[in-house]
Design a protein around this ligand. Structure first.
Ligand code: LLP
Length: 466
């Protein structure tokens, strides 16, 4: 396949110029290109070929973009923070063995929030000492698994401490104590993002209330099985403002000062994630570089003002590491024209592979794979195939005329799509491929209808009905 990087004829419904240093500000993966026929390719692979080989809907992940975002965080931290620093991938954005292995290889750490994510991280080759376990309601089993293999546990509430204290004798006996702990508290910082993905304001289920901070820190002084090595706060997700992150630095430095004054050897300050990405042309998030610079300078300054030795700076990006690397390819099926009202184009996936539009009214950008630069002369609504009127992926978007069999490509689906997917209507989950320099590797097999029956049990007494 010939890939042309030449400029293409206007009008272009999506950008091909892009900033390699700041993938989260682009709409499309870094390697997006048009082939000789003007059709779309990512990672050197024609999307039509991928659809033919792997079926649709198909998640396509671009390795160059993934590595580019990892590098952007790593290099910005090295350039702007005077101390040690580590970016930790928030794997809730997209958890798989392949992504784990890739970010581990890029030198990042990983944030897991369940036994499932933790297992994926460990089996994907992430060193336990670079993993943190989050969660506002961790089970005894999750805590035992994490503490037992040397993962840092982020204590979120008193229940975590009660359960860990119960596990402590066993951990001491097996040489797994002291357990490395990080303490999460609610920083009381408001930011402008969807209400469901705001976590830093006081009315949040996550973390200790700031009023409790001193009591927890004092309690931990009397826990010989524990070693408090870090503090954590996270203010929310898909945030475009920088000021809340600056404010957070001061709040965290105060907490650091208090923790150290009580004798805790706190070396890590984890400021969470939250940097937004561009889903539609009008989105204008800061670059990874400027986000990191802001956070790094604010933390360094806040520590200096308080006379504190610089902690290691941790941050936990999820969306901005993986979203832009991903596109989803669907096949267009039915079309319904309601004169004077709306045209519905239905695709072969929907809210089960991308629940974000129905959950957060999120907007996306889409083009046709075979003629991405064709003039968009129609306004259509792209609907999914689920039995739910709200199952709409894109509302009133401009597209070239499309008919059944056309492939529709939705950009920026690498984060919180696969990981939040479901089997609603017993629709199997899509396959995922990782593309790089013309090669495609299957990283998630397509679920089969039989897989959906795997855990069904038909009781004997119902079998002979009829
Ligand atoms: N750290 C913690 C403790 C978090 O709770 C989160 C996200 C992150 C890091 C990563 O945040 P990011 O860099 O991805 O913004 N499902 C929603 C997003 C939920 C985010 C939950 N926590 C969505 O699809 O928009």
């Amino acid at each position: 396949m010939v890939i042309s990087r030449e400029p293409v004829a206007a009008p272009r419904p999506f950008e091909l110029e892009r900033d390699p240093l700041s993938p989260n500000r682009n709409l499309t993966p870094l390697t997006t290109a048009l082939d000789a026929e003007g059709a779309l390719s990512v990672g050197g692979c024609a999307l039509r070929d991928l659809a033919r080989n792997y079926g649709t809907p198909l998640y396509v992940l671009d390795e160059a973009t993934l590595r580019g975002t990892c590098r952007a965080y790593r290099e910005a931290l090295a350039a702007h923070y005077p101390g040690e620093a580590l970016a930790i991938y928030a794997s809730k954005a997209n958890s798989s063995l392949a992504l784990t292995a890739l970010v581990a290889g890029e030198g990042l750490g990983l944030d897991a929030v369940s036994a499932g994510e933790l297992l994926t991280a460990l089996q994907g080759g992430m060193p336990a000492e670079r993993i943190v376990l989050h969660g506002n309601n961790k089970s005894r089993e999750e805590l035992a698994l994490a503490a037992g293999c040397g993962v840092t546990v982020v204590i979120d509430n008193w229940r975590d401490l009660e359960l860990l204290a119960e596990l402590a004798p066993g951990l001491v006996e097996s040489g797994r104590a002291p357990v490395r702990l990080m303490l999460r508290f609610t920083p009381g910082i408001e930011c402008h993002t969807h209400e469901y993905i705001r976590t830093g304001h006081l009315d949040s289920k996550f973390g200790f209330d700031p009023d409790q901070l001193e009591a927890v820190l004092r309690h931990l002084v009397g826990c010989p099985w524990a070693r408090l090595t870090g503090l954590h706060a996270h203010i929310g997700s898909q945030i475009f403002e920088l000021q809340p992150h600056r404010d957070l630095a001061g709040v965290m430095a105060d907490a650091l000062s208090l923790a150290r004054s009580l004798g805790h050897p706190v070396s890590d300050l984890n400021v969470g994630g939250g940097l937004g990405i561009r889903y539609i042309a009008s989105d204008d998030p800061p670059s990874i570089e400027s986000w990191v610079r802001t956070v790094a300078e604010a933390v360094a300054a806040a520590c200096q003002e308080r006379g504190l030795d610089l902690p290691r700076l941790l941050c936990e990006p999820g969306r901005s590491l993986v979203a832009t690397a991903g596109v989803t390819v669907y096949e267009v099926g039915s079309r319904k024209d309601i004169p004077g009202l709306r045209t519905y184009l239905s695709v072969d996936g929907g809210m089960s592979d991308n629940p974000r539009p129905i959950t957060y009214q999120s907007q996306y950008t889409a083009v046709l794979a075979d003629r991405p630069t064709a003039e968009a002369t129609e306004t259509v609504t792209v609907a999914g195939k689920h039995c739910e009127s709200g199952d709409v992926l894109l509302k009133d978007v401009a597209l070239p005329p499309a008919t059944s069999g056309d492939l529709l490509v939705v950009f920026a689906t690498g984060a919180y799509n696969a990981s939040m997917g479901s089997n609603y209507n017993r629709i199997p989950r899509p396959a995922a491929v990782l593309v790089h320099e013309g090669l495609a590797d299957l990283v998630q097999r397509r679920e089969q209808p039989e897989d959906l029956l795997r855990y069904d049990v038909l009781p004997e007494r119902l079998r002979s009905v009829g």
